[in-house]
Design a protein around this ligand. Structure first.
Ligand code: SAM
Length: 270
């Protein structure tokens, strides 16, 4: 992006340096982001849960539940017991403060603290990108699943397919930033391999996307908070400011577009 980089030498842009002070996200910020993501996936996620027989399930596990953004929703749609498991005690404490019937337990997705063939549905939502060894996590999900049960990988993104209008270099910034955080930014395309290697028959698909004319300014500002968080120090503040200004202008004009392909997968033993 030559023209893009060339624009950075101007005094106007240099003045913007250090304008944006990135603050550390609070647990409330994390929950707001998780709830936002859960909103994007809600419609298709509901269908997947219905297909997995959530209503009749006796035991359901939400692996990497975070602040419980989807866990209580699962609990409201079944008569069975729903456990949310996460490795992060602060997120679990937040989840436990919310009203509802889901139960929350601390544990590692790479070594699930449950016996084999214990759950009717084992699901996760935006977990595998972060887990370090996603193949092992999916094998663990399959191990604790009853033979007739369903693994639901509700949503995993693939930033390698990110598209932006205006045509800003955010895709590469975010891929590099996520890798520095230890995440796998191209996890989405790997779901089929992960399920098949865990001995499961896989159905894999993509979430549809639609851009309304009034796609929210607020949503765009929230998106930028997390882009800046992912990118960290690797891109200087003035460059990020300029990119955000261009994105804002496009939002104001109604032409902004962001697409991150997000995959789902259903796994069964037969
Ligand atoms: C992006 S968040 C998603 C949270 C939640 N599933 C949601 O969609 O709102 C990923 C979660 O995975 C958890 N996590 C990462 N590695 C884990 C592991 N090895 N075992 C259990 N949880 C893990 C993190 O603590 C974090 O809460």
């Amino acid at each position: 992006m030559e023209g893009w980089k060339g624009g950075l030498a101007t005094p106007e842009v240099a003045d913007r340096k250090a304008r944006v002070q990135m603050r550390a996200p609070t647990i409330a910020d994390w929950h707001a982001q998780f709830a936002r993501q859960a909103g994007w996936t809600q419609a298709l996620r509901s269908q997947l849960c219905r297909r997995a027989g959530l209503l009749q399930a006796e035991r359901v596990l939400d692996v990497g539940c975070g602040t419980g953004a989807i866990t209580e929703e699962l609990a409201q749609r079944t008569r069975g017991a729903v456990i949310g498991l996460d490795i992060d005690p602060e997120r679990l404490a937040f989840a436990r403060q919310q009203p509802g019937r889901a139960r929350y337990e601390q544990g590692d997705a790479l070594s699930l603290p449950y016996p084999a063939q214990h759950f009717d549905i084992v699901c996760c939502h935006f977990l595998l990108m972060w887990v370090g060894d996603p193949a092992r996590a999916v094998r663990e999900m399959a191990r604790v699943l009853r033979r007739e049960g369903t693994v639901l990988i509700c949503a995993e993104p693939d930033y390698g397919g990110r598209l932006d209008w205006p045509d800003l270099p955010i895709r590469q910034w975010q891929i590099d930033g996520l890798r520095r955080q230890g995440a796998d930014p191209t996890i989405g395309r790997q779901l089929r391999r992960l399920l098949v290697h865990a001995g499961l028959v896989a159905e894999v698909g993509l979430f549809p996307a639609r851009w309304d004319v009034d796609a929210g300014v607020e949503d765009s500002e929230a998106e930028w908070f997390w882009v800046r968080y992912d990118v960290g120090e690797a891109v200087d503040a003035a460059t990020l400011d300029l990119a955000q200004d261009r994105a804002r202008a496009a939002v104001a004009e109604g032409t902004r577009l962001v697409y991150v392909p997000t995959f789902y997968a259903i796994g069964k033993f037969t």
